[in-house]
Design a protein around this ligand. Structure first.
Ligand code: SF4
Length: 192
């Protein structure tokens, strides 16, 4: 288990986000034409990572969340927004707010994470500060691409993923996983 993400990316707030860049129209970061935000800061250090420049939590630059929203809303051709990295969940507070606004516009949200969904659930249950924002970002995320990049499992044929351990998890699949974890916990605590 990696160290739990803490919301300490500089002075990242609900209104500002530390990013490494934005691609205003992307065809490779999810379904349809997408507005992709590459967040700054990642602690996973996956072997073979192609985004080393996004690791430094003091790197990149700050972007105003409202400006991102205005630019997004100005392009009717966009199917949705993609949060990539870096590690988006390190900045779950501003991204959850942004995701909520994007959903209100009727667009979809595609979020990448180097953490597995199970690790994010553990974070929700153990981090009283960041946990609620992680929960909220997951709530407004239509599709989560989870897990670290594993060089030994690299597969260029996969849709929107770099290695075969990574999963495309929609809401129903995430609910199924969450329910199965609850069931395991129930039996673990009620063994007799
Ligand atoms: S999670 Fe992504 S950005 Fe972070 S080290 Fe792994 S591949 Fe690179």
């Amino acid at each position: 288990m990696p160290s739990a993400p803490k919301n300490r990316i500089g002075s990242s707030t609900v209104h500002s986000l530390r990013i490494s860049g934005i691609v205003e129209e992307s065809c490779v970061d999810g379904p349809g034409l997408r507005y992709t935000v590459f967040t700054q800061g990642c602690r996973r250090n996956c072997k073979g990572c192609h985004n080393h420049a996004t690791h430094d939590e003091d790197g990149g630059y700050f972007a105003d969340v409202q400006s991102i929203l205005t630019q997004f809303a100005g392009n009717p051709l966009l199917a949705g927004i993609t949060f990539s990295g870096g590690e988006p969940f390190l900045q779950a507070v501003p991204l959850a707010f942004l995701a909520e606004q994007i959903k209100a516009l009727g667009k979809n949200v595609f979020t990448y994470s180097g953490y597995t969904f199970e690790e994010l659930l553990r974070l929700i249950n153990t981090d009283s500060v960041l946990g609620p924002a992680v929960e909220k970002l997951l709530f407004f995320t239509d599709t989560l691409v989870d897990g670290p990049y594993i060089e030994e499992q690299r597969d260029l044929t996969l849709l929107f993923r770099g290695s075969s351990n990574q999963r495309l998890l929609d809401k129903s699949e995430r609910e199924r996983i969450r329910a199965s974890i609850c069931l395991v916990d129930f039996y673990a605590h009620n063994a007799y």
